[in-house]
Ligand binder design. Structure first.
Ligand code: HMG
Ligand code: MG
Length: 298
């Protein structure tokens, strides 16, 4: 069976833009987020309060957030540590996300920490964010495969998921950072998590589309009862600290499939496609989304 409602967690402005070689002007990022909201998206990840040298593309977080925070949508932001949380709280952000790794190689590359050191870094962040009345998402990267370590054992993923929930995360997002997952693996991980006591209601999925499997993987997760799906407008994205990561599942491709399944998302596909074409024109290359290309004017 399938859920009747799906919440799309739009990550184009964060996961997408963090991976662009060119840093977009702040005003244009704000315009992008406004257009995503106008298209009907209700959870729009806005930016990251990470070290500006690590992700220079998002170094303007302080300037950007006040340009979008009046929108009537949820605007989660990434915070790796207490310094990041301080910056986010100072601007009034109350929905934050920490981002753990299931593998040591990526924890080192992305956070300069071991897996457990990173969890120790997040612990006070989660506690403080929740004390401030916030909502905390816990990302978990490399849930399926890792570019340095290969296939990732399921128990390793389950362990970190449980640690993030025990810390107080309100929801998790299972990341296929490099897009290598296939539906059988998705089904096996979701089942293992349930068996370990993790309820499906706490889980979202975050598929990158490197091998063209993101939609098939998403459908598998929906059939398992997952109702939160991450996607990026136009398929923008990747991760600067994981080689071979391409863009996320395109929001348009997701909306097209959900619409066909009779699952309403509230998204106006025409407006969203127009937004992604506008962004693609600025970035100087066509959107990789098949739906954008099929419905677009260019
Ligand atoms: P570090 O070098 O170990 O930092 O980096 P540190 O803790 O040793 O601090 C060094 C200096 O940085 C200090 O300054 C801190 O104040 C400063 P100093 O005292 O030397 O003058 N600093 C900061 N400044 C501003 N904002 C901050 C901050 N933190 C420290 N938040 C750190 C550790 C975590 C900071 C670094 O590794 C980092 O910023 N990493 C972020 C990488 C990132 O953003 N990656 C992309 C997001 S994850 C992703 O895309 C995957 C996902 O999409 C899911 C999936 O697909 O799997 C979510
Ligand atoms: Mg990602």
């Amino acid at each position: 069976s399938l859920p009747t409602r799906v919440r799309i967690h739009e990550v184009g402005a964060r996961d997408g833009l963090q991976n662009e070689k060119a840093t977009l002007p702040t005003e244009m990022k704000a315009r992008f987020i406004h257009r995503l909201a106008d298209a009907g998206l209700t959870t729009i990840e806005a930016t990251s309060f990470v070290h500006p040298k690590w992700v220079p593309q998002l170094a303007d977080a302080e300037a950007l957030f006040p340009l979008v925070d009046d929108l009537p949508v949820a605007l989660p932001v990434l915070v790796p540590n207490e310094r990041g949380l301080d910056r986010a709280l100072a601007l009034g952000a109350r929905r934050v996300a920490v981002f753990a790794s299931a593998t040591e190689s990526f924890a080192k590359a992305n956070l300069n920490r071991t897996v457990d050191e990173a969890l120790a870094m997040f612990d006070p962040v989660v506690t403080r964010a929740r004390t401030e009345g916030g909502h905390v998402r816990g990302y978990l990267s490399m849930c399926f495969g890792d570019p340095w370590e290969g296939p990732v054992p399921i128990p390793q993923v389950v362990r970190v998921c449980r640690a993030l929930l025990a810390m107080g995360c309100d929801e998790l997002s299972l990341g296929d950072t490099i897009g290598v997952a296939t539906p059988g693996h998705v089904q096996a991980l979701l089942t293992a998590l349930n068996e370990a006591g993790v309820p499906t209601s706490a889980l979202g999925v975050h598929f990158h589309d490197t091998y063209g499997q993101a939609l098939a993987n998403t459908l598998t997760a929906l059939r398992h009862g997952v109702t939160t799906v991450d996607a990026s407008a136009g398929g923008l994205g990747g991760c600067p600290y994981a080689k071979s990561a391409t863009g996320n599942l395109a929001t348009e491709d997701l909306v097209w499939m959900l619409r066909g399944l009779g699952i309403d998302t509230g998204v106006d596909l025409g407006r969203l496609v127009a937004t992604s074409e506008w962004m693609a024109a600025h970035l100087g290359r066509p959107s990789p989304s098949r739906t954008v290309r099929a419905l677009g004017r260019t």
